[in-house]
Design a binder for this molecule. Structure first.
Ligand code: ZN
Length: 390
């Protein structure tokens, strides 16, 4: 079979959400000429800057900018954009007191004053943060890290289409921060028609590896796609995680897995965010998406299976990516293999299972968790990072 025949017979990835992959990138020359003009400025938080990057790269297709009042209300209340397109979480840009919008175009800058992008202002509106917390996050508890960010945002938000420079990122994350167009091209080059995406903000232990391998038994390729944007205190830093993911890659055939970084903020919005995570992976070219227990949850705000249930309740054609719901995995000493409650009949005392708290305590004390729980190469990296921090 020739290359061109393969191209004809192999679908080149499914359609992005909304049908078109958004591209709002600004090249360095365009940015420089914009920056030299008289441009009113807005300094973005780290989370807003990560959202800007996701908007510009098409990760949030069909969004091409920050949401306005009507969109905010529609997404908050209906989980849909005003045109009916499924969209689970408002992506908003706060406008602090005293910041003007100038002549209708805002330069978006980081804390160091570097120009990240430009916003064509279409609207300034009062953001109903209380409704957003209640309906999107299911709680107004300020102890919830995502809710704290919403309630702590300015009362006013500024909306409109954006353009942004995708600045190269440094460190082990930088070279892996691929755009949706880049992962789609990589999948096509490898001839993958079916791709499963795995979202994580944590180090990958044997249990996650098992879920990825179960999924990979059924599809052509795996996109290991850790989120590397702002997370909450206590989560393992992205640079450390990337090295740990690279160690895990040694347990997959190189031709069947792609490790890429998703620069986006974590919202801990549970079920709603699980939908967002699925749609983002659809934009990156995935056909399938792994959804674990309490996906994107934090503490005990969401039901164990709430995220899986919300995804299952959506019209599959509209969702456009197939969720693969998984239970918690563990090593079973009697099965002599990794398993879940779906596949292992043995009692808990036969399982090698550690809580997150137990694992963190072991790593902080420099102890390797059992190899049935964590690959030693991964654990050693986490121990070194844990000890460097303390
Ligand atoms: Zn068993």
């Amino acid at each position: 079979m020739t290359i061109s025949e393969q191209t004809l017979t192999r679908p080149r990835g499914g359609l992005p959400h909304g049908g078109v992959l958004v591209d709002r990138r600004l090249d360095a020359d365009e940015a420089a000429s914009l920056a030299s003009g008289r441009l009113a400025s807005l300094v973005l938080t780290a989370a807003e800057a990560a959202d800007l990057r996701a908007l510009a790269s098409g990760a949030y297709s069909p969004l091409a900018g920050f949401l306005g009042a009507k969109e905010h209300q529609s997404v908050t209340e209906q989980m849909r954009l005003p045109d009916g397109t499924l969209w689970p979480i408002p992506v908003c840009l706060g406008l602090p007191e005293g910041v003007g919008v100038g002549d209708g175009r805002l330069g978006l800058r980081d804390a160091a004053g570097r120009l990240l992008g430009v916003l064509e202002v279409t609207e300034v509106f009062e953001r109903d943060r209380q409704a957003e917390a209640e309906l999107v996050y299911g709680t107004t508890d300020p102890d919830h890290p995502g809710v704290a960010r919403v309630l702590g945002a300015p009362a006013r938000a500024v909306a409109g289409p954006i353009q942004a420079v995708l600045q190269p990122l440094s460190g082990p994350v930088g070279s892996r921060a691929l755009t949706p167009a880049q992962t789609r091209a990589a999948f096509a080059e490898r001839g993958w028609a079916t791709i499963v995406g795995f979202q994580t903000r944590n180090p990958v232990h044997r249990a996650h590896e098992y879920l990825m391998k179960c999924a990979l038994e059924m599809v052509d390729g795996l996109l290991l796609h850790p989120l590397v944007g702002p997370t909450k205190d206590g989560d393992v830093p992205a640079e450390v995680r990337m090295r740990a993911y690279e160690a895990v890659l040694g347990y997959f055939p190189p031709a069947r897995v792609l490790l890429a970084a998703l620069v986006a903020p974590m919202r801990y919005a549970g079920p709603r965010e699980a939908v967002l995570h699925a749609l983002v992976r659809k934009n990156y070219g995935c056909s399938h998406f792994i959804v674990g227990r309490d996906h994107a949850g934090v503490a005990s705000y969401y039901g164990t299976y709430a995220a899986q249930q919300l995804l299952a309740s959506l019209d599959p054609a509209e969702l456009g990516i197939t969720p693969l719901a998984f239970d918690n995995a563990f090593y079973c000493r009697r099965c002599l293999s990794m398993a879940t409650a779906k596949t292992c009949p043995h009692p808990e005392r036969d399982h090698v299972a550690l809580s997150g708290t137990q694992v963190r305590a072991m790593l902080a004390a420099g102890q390797l968790p059992p190899p049935e729980f964590s690959r030693p190469q991964v654990a050693e990296l986490l121990i070194a990072a844990s000890q460097a921090r303390s």
